[in-house]
Structure formats: structure tokens, C-alpha cells
Design a protein around this ligand. Structure first.
Ligand SMILES: C/C(=C\CNc1ncnc2c1ncn2[C@@H]1O[C@H](COP(=O)(O)O)[C@@H](O)[C@H]1O)CO
Length: 174
């Protein structure tokens, strides 16, 4: 499977990187391909290193604006013209999407893939690996949207939550 991963471009504390490394190792051991932003920055580089070490394939989708941080050693590196095209390619190349801890860039990416799924433009699994309660605020907001009639279909059809790497991968593979 091609598994697109969105995650932070910053170097993070071990309490965040440990479960991410577990997930990335499993992704590689299961013979999947990591599709990601193609950067060596922070957690993005950690994920790529771990998948590669576990025998997985790497497909980066980068953009000129951020090319100074391009990961060296990917099996394939796609360069896109702008961030919008990059998000489209990251989704088009995915069989499933897994979202790790991240900041505004990650939030932008997950919001877009869930919004497109809401409109029926794809039906790929979208899974958030929610460790350290990082996505608790987002979960509460999404649950309120569902409870108060802001979503056209059940929330659990749009996005799944996992609290460890093995569960996140199982949901992506389902
Ligand atoms: C941190 C620095 C440069 C970041 N370089 C990036 N390279 C590739 N992709 C990136 C970069 N920064 C953001 N992205 C995309 O957004 C997501 C991460 O953003 P967040 O705000 O950290 O959550 C990630 O999934 C990428 O697709 C300076 O050295």
C-alpha cells in the first residue's frame, strides 16, 4: 500500500517521536510505501529514516519553496509547483492517509483530505495517530460538529483515531 503521512517538520521531544518511530517501523516491516512531504526536517526526517531502515519504500512529494530540505535517499522524489499541487499529489498517490502529531501545515493537510472525503471526492481511510492526547482538542471540536449537525455523514466514517502505531496502521490497512 501507499500510505501518505502528514506530520510536523519540527524536531520533537521523545514522548512524541517514540510512538511515531514505532508506527514508521511497522509501516516499513509490512512492506508499504511511505508517501510524504519529502523533507528531512524534524519529524518528517525521523519517519523517513525509520521506514527506510525497516525496508519500506520512500516516495517524497516536495515543493520548490521547501526544496532546500529535500530528503536524500528516497526511492522517488516528485517536485510540485506549489503547495496546492503538492497536497493534491499527496492525496492522489495515497491508498490511506495517516496523520501524526504536527502543527499548522499538518492541520491544513488533514483538514483538506477530510473535507474532500466529506464531499465524496475520495473514500480513502484517514487515521489520526493521537498520542499524548495531542489531538484531544480536535476530537472535541469534530464531535461537536457531528452532534450539532455540521457534518453530512458520521464522523467515524470520515476519520479514525488511534492511540498507538499498530492500531493506526491496522486502520489504514482496513
Ligand atoms: C521546519 C523547516 C522547514 C520545513 N520544511 C518542510 N519541508 C517539507 N514539507 C513541509 C515543510 N514544512 C511543512 N511541510 C508540510 O507541512 C507539514 C508539516 O507542517 P507543520 O506545520 O510542521 O505541521 C508536513 O506534512 C509537510 O507536508 C525549517 O527548517
Amino acid at each position: 500500500m501507499n500510505i501518505t503521512v502528514f506530520c510536523s517538520a519540527f524536531a520533537l521531544d521523545e514522548r512524541y517521536t517514540k510512538p511515531v518511530r514505532e508506527f514508521a517501523r511497522l509501516l516499513g516491516e509490512h512492506g508499504h510505501t511511505l508517501v510524504w512531504g519529502g523533507s528531512n526536517a524534524g519529524l518528517m526526517g525521523v519517519v523517513a529514516d525509520e521506514v527506510k531502515a525497516a525496508g519500506g519504500r520512500l516516495v517524497g512529494v516536495n515543493v520548490g519553496l521547501l526544496s532546500h530540505k529535500t530528503y536524500q535517499g528516497a526511492d522517488e522524489m516528485v517536485m510540485t509547483a506549489d503547495l496546492a499541487e503538492r497536497k493534491a499529489v499527496l492525496l492522489a498517490r495515497a491508498d490511506a492517509i495517516v496523520v501524526l502529531v504536527g502543527g499548522l501545515g499538518t492541520l491544513d493537510e488533514v483538514t483538506e483530505v477530510v473535507e474532500l472525503k466529506k464531499h465524496g471526492l475520495h473514500d480513502k481511510p484517514v487515521v489520526l495517530l493521537d498520542t499524548e492526547g495531542f489531538y484531544e482538542g480536535l476530537r472535541i471540536q469534530l464531535a461537536r460538529m457531528e452532534a450539532e449537525g455540521f457534518l453530512p455523514r458520521p464522523l467515524n466514517e470520515l476519520v479514525g483515531f488511534a492511540s498507538d502505531g499498530a492500531t493506526a496502521l491496522a486502520l489504514a490497512e482496513a
